[in-house]
Design a protein around this ligand. Structure first.
Ligand SMILES: Cc1cc2nc3c(=O)[nH]c(=O)nc-3n(C[C@H](O)[C@H](O)[C@H](O)COP(=O)(O)OP(=O)(O)OC[C@H]3O[C@@H](n4cnc5c(N)ncnc54)[C@H](O)[C@@H]3O)c2cc1C
Length: 412
């Protein structure tokens, strides 16, 4: 990894997560001198993500197949449980998702960016932005105990993740706090009765209000367990899930579980404005995350590519004003806004349901044969477009009508 050389990059990227690295790669491939500043000493660590990603979307980014050792498992089944243990399963014809080792995935993206020509500066926490005459012009970085160091550049891409401290300094609105859920992730050894190609999802206000719990098995017999909630302490809810949930308690009762991390997930949909003079926000810090599932890697990479293309055009035209950079927001919106609005409604719908209604819903979905109607699904990221596609199937139309009724009665 390079240390600062004193020469000024065309573009600075704050944060060496997947989104920052993908932006750096895309910029470097467009011939832009890009430097990534990452506060930690190693890319990808500490890790805070289940790394459950759609195979089709990875392929769209030429990121699949991944090198050996990065993919921990692939999945063609999802088992959903209500708080009483009612089960609804979807079995797909072929694996549609992969669990990746997130630390190694991030390192792979950073290596790709460096191969393309981007520079990385580690152990460098960006403390603040340098602003002059209404334009963001550079950053103040703190390395170890040394005094702040100034680095200037023509454009800054902020990919700092959910902390989004610098976003506020740029004068942009903070993330919607109502859309934030708090997650805990744990490592599991010795889970019982778990199918190796199935992801387990546990719903219910009693165990994970405002989100759900998950268990993602690896092929080596270990698994990633997690849960997020919009109230209370996620660790306490995870303990409840392990001890009392009718299914999870049997799967996890004898397992060895170590809690590894706590982190927040932003589900409020993208921020209204992710650009200002000389500055673009991308990834979690712009809340480019699926409100339904909290998956942020694919939408983050999608917007990172658009951000890099916009920055490259701006640099070539020598115009980094917000008037020019607004095309970034427009292009991201054209690509994702429909899916975001469907997923936001889906999240509101799920949050509105009582545990009894979730039970009822699972029973009805099974009776309608919705599981069979979904068996040929391959696209799981763009859920708005997915809904439009599957509405052609009679059972799905009835299910949608039922969802609407359930939603109205839940909110009555
Ligand atoms: C428990 C949990 C499970 C998840 N599971 C999934 C999943 O299965 N699938 C999925 O798609 N998404 C998942 N997500 C969401 C996913 O982790 C994020 O959407 C994704 O990491 C966003 O990437 P990013 O690069 O924007 O931010 P991050 O991955 O958070 O990277 C930001 C980087 O910026 C660095 N940084 C921050 N501030 C500074 C600073 N001031 N100076 C320098 N560097 C800085 C950080 O150290 C970090 O390396 C999960 C999230 C959580 C919390």
């Amino acid at each position: 990894m390079a240390q600062p050389t004193g020469d000024i990059a065309d573009a600075i990227i704050i944060g060496g997560g997947p989104v920052g690295s993908y932006a750096a790669s895309s910029l470097a491939k467009l011939g832009i001198k890009a430097t990534v500043f990452e506060e930690h000493s190693q890319i990808g660590l500490p890790s805070h993500c289940a790394g459950h990603i759609s195979i089709r979307s990875l392929k769209n980014f030429n990121l699949y197949p991944l090198p050996n050792g990065l993919v921990e498992n692939t999945f063609r089944t999802a088992n959903f449980y209500s708080s009483t243990g009612m089960k609804f399963s979807i079995h797909l014809k072929r694996p549609v998702t992969a669990a990746v080792n997130r630390a190694r995935f991030d390192q792979y993206l950073a290596n790709q960016a460096q191969t393309a020509g981007a520079k990385y500066v580690l152990n460098s926490c960006v403390q603040s932005l340098i602003t002059k005459e209404g334009f963001v012009k550079g950053i103040n970085i703190q390395r170890s105990e040394e005094k702040l160091e100034k680095v200037y550049s023509k454009i800054i891409l902020d990919a700092e993740g959910i902390s989004s401290r610098l976003l506020r300094q740029a004068g942009l609105a903070a993330l919607n706090s109502k859309g934030i859920v708090y997650a805990v992730e744990a490592e599991v050894k010795g889970a019982q009765d778990v199918e190796s190609d199935a992801v387990e999802v546990y719903f219910g206000k009693a165990y994970a209000p405002g989100f759900y719990g998950w268990l993602i098995p690896r092929l080596d017999g270990t698994a990633k367990l997690g849960l997020a909630t919009n109230k209370g302490n996620p660790r306490e809810f995870l303990r409840e899930l392990i001890e009392r949930h009718p299914v999870a308690s049997k799967q996890l009762g004898l397992a060895k579980i170590t809690i590894t991390s706590y982190h927040a997930i932003t589900l409020g949909g993208p921020i209204e404005r992710a650009y200002t003079n000389g500055f673009l926000a991308v990834g979690d810090c712009a809340s480019q995350v699926k409100p339904s599932t909290g998956g942020g890697v694919i939408f983050g990479l999608t917007c990172a590519k658009i951000a890099a293309e916009t920055a490259s055009m701006a640099l070539k035209k020598d115009d980094v004003s917000s008037d020019f950079l607004q095309i970034y927001q427009k292009r991201c919106g054209d690509m994702l806004n429909f899916d975001f609005s469907v997923m936001l409604r889906l999240r509101q719908f799920l949050n509105s349901l009582s545990d009894e209604k979730i039970d009822q819903m699972m029973r009805v979905l099974g009776k309608l044969g919705v599981d069979r109607s979904l068996s040929d699904v391959e696209e799981i990221d763009f859920q708005g477009k997915l809904v439009l596609k599957i509405l052609g199937k009679p059972s799905m139309l009835i299910a949608m009508a039922y969802f609407v009724m359930l939603y109205l009665s839940a909110n009555a």
